[in-house]
Design a protein around this ligand. Structure first.
Ligand code: SF4
Ligand code: F3S
Ligand code: FES
Length: 248
């Protein structure tokens, strides 16, 4: 059965904004994105929202619902009480462009900073051979839809604009782990992970993992193993001696 829901939606741009109240119809089986679309169709034709697939696969519709980072298209209205006020705000970590749309270019910058897949020099494309067992671990990370909810949630940058320069964020630290675990990647990414991409800032709070709509175990399966690899290298007595002797 349909009912009328109370919504509070953040409206504004990069200079100013505020929450605006709306009462809007909800029908059975709908998700929050349906309600946002109904608002556009009936009361707020200029309401800006980014979306594409409405199937939890394009990663475009990320926002915060009652303060929790979520995909608008994968959040069912049935998880809320009918008399609950539902507040929808843009992702907090990125600059607002307008209404629910944020500028996520921080993430593209971080993606570009990671050296790409580096196969052995004598191996030509087409000659790559891998066993399923070799790619098992990193395959999970390929499920990422780049919604940036984990990037938005991590406290290292969420309240600390000043850390953005030095911290790649969970999604891109996971990318480094994925390449590090790749059976054909010959680049050693451990020093760079720590020194250039800010792995040491992560204190494994696991908030990134909690919000990942793909259910990727970012912390347990990517970040902690990557930290272990970095620690192995850092505290390996041979490496330590080599660094003392040759890196001055
Ligand atoms: Fe989104 Fe998960 Fe990918 Fe992070 S790791 S960008 S939360 S899909
Ligand atoms: Fe941030 Fe995730 Fe680490 S939330 S602190 S990257 S475990
Ligand atoms: Fe594609 Fe929500 S619209 S993930």
């Amino acid at each position: 059965m349909g009912y009328k829901a109370s919504f509070r939606v953040w409206r504004g741009d990069d200079t100013d904004g505020e929450l605006q109240d709306y009462t809007v119809e909800v029908n059975e089986g709908e998700v929050v994105l349906d309600i946002i679309h109904r608002l556009q169709a009936t009361q707020a034709p200029d309401l800006a929202v980014r979306w594409n697939c409405k199937a939890g696969k394009c990663g475009s519709c990320s926002a915060e619902i009652n303060g929790r980072p979520r995909l608008l298209c994968m959040t069912r209205m049935s998880v809320f009480d009918e008399d609950e006020v539902i507040t929808v705000t843009p992702m907090r970590t990125f600059p607002v462009i307008r209404d629910l749309v944020t500028d996520v270019s921080f993430n593209y910058t971080k993606a570009r900073e990671i050296p790409s897949f580096t196969p052995p020099a004598d191996l030509k494309p087409g000659d790559y051979r891998m066993q399923q067992v070799d790619v098992e671990r990193s395959q999970e990370f390929r499920k990422c839809i780049e919604c940036f909810l984990c990037q938005n949630t991590c406290h290292v940058v969420r309240d600390h604009e000043e850390n953005k320069e030095a911290f790649a964020g969970p999604r891109y630290l996971m990318r480094i782990a994925e390449l590090e675990m790749h059976p054909l990647d010959v680049a050693d990414r451990r020093d760079a992970a720590q020194e250039e991409h800010g792995l040491g800032y992560c204190n494994i709070t696991k908030c990134c993992t909690e919000v990942c709509p793909e259910g990727i175990h970012i912390t347990d399966n990517a970040l902690i193993p990557m930290k272990e690899r970095v620690a192995d290298r850092k505290y390996d007595p041979i490496v330590w001696l080599g660094n003392k002797l040759f890196r001055r």
